[in-house]
Design a protein around this ligand. Sequence first.
Ligand SMILES: Cc1ncc(COP(=O)(O)O)c(C=O)c1O
Length: 397
Amino acid sequence: MPELKYDLQIKFGSEYGEEEKAAMLDVLAHGAPTSGDACVAFEKAFAEYCGVKYARCTSNGTASLFLSMLGIGIGPGDWVITTPLTWIATAAAAVVLGARIDFVDVDPETYNIDPRRIAEAVRPHTKAIVPVHMYGQCCDMEPILAIARKYRLHVIEDACHTVGGQYRGRKAGSMGTTGCFSFHEQKNMSTLGEGGMVVTDDAAVMERMALYRSHCTRVYGQSTKYCSLDEERFPQGKRFWFQDFDDCGYNYRMTDVQAAVGLVQLRKLDALNHRRIDNAAYLTAGLKDVPGLKLPSVAEGNKHVFHLYPVLIDPAAFGRSKDDFVYDMLHQRGIKVGTHYIPLHWTTAFQSRGYQKGMFPVADRLGESIVTLPINPRQTRQALDYLIESVRAMYRG
Ligand SMILES: Cc1ncc(COP(=O)(O)O)c(C=O)c1O
């Protein structure tokens, strides 16, 4: 296998610089608490960025999804509608809480859940729709929100791929009951490899999410009703207090070191996203005439922030199957191509829950043919030229 080339790997989506280092050292100098002032500042800045009232830092995007489900009261007997073309965390959050999943096939152009098929999947016990803004592009939210209003369903936006993306001027994550974000190392901004955020405009939902995020703790002062939802945030000077637990919850907190880095990353986010958008445009210009490849398209009114660059391969026209392409790009060219995602109804986890291959024709076709080319804000023109030349060589070869 040749040496891995340039920055042409899926790993490490974002980049850190001196500002992140300085922010970390500052938190270290203040004892590096779990969720302290830096978390509060990051939450405030993130809520403002998204245009929502409330935001809470979490340990990862999966935790944000769990907290959203808990926030709206998902449990046994409930059904949740989502896409089969996503990372398992989207559906697992509902399943682990005892709910069941109705998958709805995806749109053949955007690869996001197809709003035209959602209404027919609604049942008497459906409680939520979870649209996933895949690859950096928002779902077609207007019809999804209209269906949710009609059937009184919650919408939990999985915006883990799409921080900073927009739909008709509205930020990803700000349109549903809650919005969930991931700051994993591969995402458009990162908080030291893991991290997440959950946002909402609903005060009652936020209170439940904040409770479950930190063991459902409430701290009662001697005379006040309660001081804080989080044990780290006691108001100073209360001498008599006791701690109670409303329910059994989780520890889904972020640390202050991560939040301090997150604040810096948030300030850079739009610039980082624009480098991704430029890189995607460069790839599209370099590959658009290659037979047998379907390149990503951007729906009107969307700001696509290209977390990934999905390409469909038609083996007959391209002369190579998806599997051969992924193998040969790595072994002949030193480039790691992704396969995001294997549709969830193909997995053991969902086949054991009654799903089978072939049930969702568009997602099935994508599962057979989708690859994701490496894209990140650090890529040089030299690296992109090598990537384009390598893909073209796969066609000719
Ligand atoms: C669509 C989607 N949802 C949720 C998650 C979960 O995020 P995390 O890895 O931060 O738990 C991911 C992670 O890759 C994802 O891609």
